[in-house]
Design a protein around this ligand. Sequence first.
Ligand SMILES: [Zn+2]
Length: 560
Amino acid sequence: MVAPKTTELAPSGPKNVSLQRLGRWLLAFAFCGISGLAGLHAAGAAEPADNLVKNPGFGQDSAKPGTPANYVLTGDVEYRYLGDPNREIAPWGVALRSGPGVGSSAIRQGSIAQTVSGLDAKPGRWFRFSFRGLPQTLFAVDGDRLVMQVDFFADGGRTSFDSKAKPLYHLVQQDRKDLSVNGDGRTGGAAVWRTYALEFMLPSPLVDQVRLKVAFDHGNTAMSAQSEFFVSDFSLVRIAGPLPAEAGNPRPADARPANLLPLGGRWFYQAGAGETAAPKVFDHTNADRLIYHDDKWSAPFAGSMSAWLRAGDIGLDGRVAPKDQFVADNVTVSFDATSLIIHTKSLPNHPTGRFPELGGGNPNYIEEQLATYYIPLNPVENPRHVATATDNSNRALPMGPIGIAANGVVFFNPFDAGSEDASNLMDYCCGHPNQDGLYHYHKYPICIYSPWADEGTGHSPLLGWAFDGFPIYGPYVKAGILAKDATGADGLNDFNIHFDAERGWHYQVTPGKFPYIIGGYWGTEDPRNSPGGRGGRRGPPPGRGPPPGRGFGPPPPGPF
Ligand SMILES: [Zn+2]
């Protein structure tokens, strides 16, 4: 682990924060949690309006207090706020409990399920069931008996068809093995908030109802302590099927969509019938048609353009938000001849820490703010590029934003300052706000949505772009192999970049290994992104006081 040496200062310098305090919370390395929701958002996915699940945020049933509306709970499960309300912005959901001394059953088992009725197979029979899960450190089952499952029914539930189940516990174990080094602070140990997903085809056109379930069994043997697996954010969305649709075929992710209009670089617009031009602006309503080509044809922004301004965050009006507000257009994008232009309000779209932190931690708020970043469409290697020295003595990368994820949250370089333990200074998603209220990542943020769930079964999906235009991918270079451990052509150089035929030059994140995200610009940064060159970013409102009426009890159940 490289000791951070350099103070992270925005061009405008710290505001309302002593340097000593700044140094303390800026130390970011050792313990940032590896939570996340590596997401699954291919074309057609997952803006809230597309979700066929009722009450995806696990709001409480007003008729049956203490239970989530529209769900059925069985066994050793508990409905509650899934985090420490003093320290985390977490969702409501259900905890599956393993370990001794829970309930009356000799064998720990339980489930959370929702039945979705009225499905119409005519527009297509392919769907994706996904949810967010977070295993606590000691959660364990025998075998692979943590599963997500879909049960099929016809005739309004009177006729039962087959089921399709996907074991998940081996993925939990893989994350613990590969990603704990990314950081394991907070109360969750090596816990990982991430998205688990199952794609399936209705087994018959007669099927009009599915039961979506997360279940576990044999959760207690050999366990010395109780532990939990958190479940929230159920989602069921239609996805494109294989062409030609054929039962049992895996959906080919590399199938080129029809009617593509080139936008520059690796980008295309998937035109509808009769359309001859691309929209000028892409937002949450058409992000599923904004296609990126690498080894797949994906829609990296689909499902990632909306976010929540959380109660306690600061909105564009400079005030502390009294309650959660949905921000549909957190990210929009457009193109000019040379650049992908990303407009972002800079709000994270995933669970975060609660900022400002209690007890002398990070004193800053997460602030909604307007920023525009330019990503070169046709990046080329800069022959004079310089890799970042491990002590940052050469200042190869600027402080402040150096790239941006597809959810509109920026990446910073590896360097922070300070000498005190920083275990509670970054949140579960490896992010925190700086003195300008700008939430940002210093290392692999598993939380961000990406087009496919990263199960380590092949090259990781796209996460975002560095300001030189080269894309940034997740940690795996091939099945079971982390890029940071790879050698030969698969290995990364000091910039954390390498080349392959499908992706060209691309960075890959290196959990637990310097420089974590990128180690310098391999290409040339668009100067409009450099400190002082960014248009439209607003600073924090001057002289704001403590937030009025901000409580630290659990927030009310609601969509997350
Ligand atoms: Zn790679």
